[in-house]
Write a protein that binds this ligand. Structure first.
Ligand code: GLV
Ligand code: GLV
Length: 319
């Protein structure tokens, strides 16, 4: 194949190997950093396929710069970085990587939940700073999971996997979704409730919705105020699902108990004040960052890119 393929940033080895063995003319961003806008616009020119990251905004301007492109293979399950409607109008295929990062991301949500509940990051900083002078009866009291109510917003693949992993922790599970989830109701006796009830009743609330116009700022000031003052909010979905300024205020004023965040409204910028809050645990968008998940994501993205260029149906086109 004489197709020209551009990879906007080096991905896990199984994907790179697949691309190298496909016999395409392959160009890879030589630097381990996201492309600047101008670089992206210049690099997509003349490409038949682009393997892109969630940090690359694929919009009309990029499509205009890449009249030849037939496929954008996104190295992510979320695809809010791509104007899918514009691609569709031009007959460009968009693929993503569902399924293979479900457990990794659900596990990260639990890591953040536990870290916030038991103040792990705050305790770690305390110990490293040499502040610990010995065991204390009132040191770092946290929140117990057993008997608490777990609220899950979005019962898709990741939300479902996250909720199912609560088996063993003895929690009552509620969820909000447009549709009833048979596995959650059958396996956990979970109850589907409206978002308002979920906010009021949850001790732990975890977000698992895609970013769309409807979910932008789904959790804003009013929603934070409806939550329990002890509640812990976890977000491994997309940053703009939460109004981050309102969250900083709510955490600072103790309107909620804490937060575990993997994603931010304007990555990699953080809302001023966020890093000063002891009750926030912050990870750098690493929900899918396990060796296993990233290897499978790389394989999936590379495979679909090649399939489309060969005129085959992709395995994972965006829905
Ligand atoms: C990561 O955020 C992804 O959508 O895969
Ligand atoms: C995303 O992969 C989801 O369906 O949760």
């Amino acid at each position: 194949m004489s197709f020209h393929v551009y990879v906007t940033r080096r991905i896990a080895e199984p994907g790179m190997k697949r691309l190298e063995q496909a016999g395409v003319s392959l160009e890879v961003n030589p630097e381990d950093r996201a492309l600047a806008r101008a670089e992206l616009l210049a690099k997509v020119r003349g490409c038949d396929g682009v393997l892109c990251q969630l940090t690359d905004a694929i919009d009309e301007e990029v499509l205009d710069a890449a009249p030849q492109v037939r496929v954008f293979a996104n190295y992510a399950v979320g695809y809010n970085n791509i104007d899918v409607a514009a691609c569709r109008r031009r007959g460009i295929v968009v693929t993503h990587t569902p399924g293979v990062l479900t457990d990794a991301t659900a596990e990260m949500a639990w890591a953040l939940l536990f870290a916030a509940a038991r103040r792990v990051a705050e305790s770690d900083r305390f110990v490293r700073a040499g502040c610990w002078t010995g065991w204390g009866p009132m040191q770092f009291l946290g929140t117990e999971l057993a008997g608490a109510t777990l609220g899950v917003v979005g019962a898709g693949r990741i939300g479902t996997a996250f909720a199912l992993k609560s088996r063993g922790f003895g929690m009552r599970v509620l969820y909000a979704d447009r549709e009833a989830s048979e596995p959650l109701e059958r396996e956990l006796g979970a109850r589907r409730v409206a978002l308002g009830a979920l906010l009021r009743e949850s001790d732990f609330l975890s977000l698992h919705v895609p970013l769309t116009p409807e979910t932008r700022h789904l959790i804003g000031r009013a929603e934070l105020e409806a939550m329990k003052p002890t509640a812990i909010l976890v977000n491994t979905s997309r940053g703009p699902v939460i109004d981050e300024a309102a969250l900083v205020t709510a955490l600072r004023e103790g309107r909620i108990g804490g937060a575990g965040l993997d994603v931010y409204e304007n990555e990699p910028e953080l809302m001023p004040g966020l890093t000063e809050l002891p009750n926030a645990v912050l990870c750098p968008h690493t929900g899918s960052a396990t060796v296993a998940a990233r290897s499978r994501m790389a394989e999936l993205a590379a495979t679909d890119l090649i399939r489309v260029l060969r005129g085959e149906e992709p395995l994972h086109p965006v829905p």
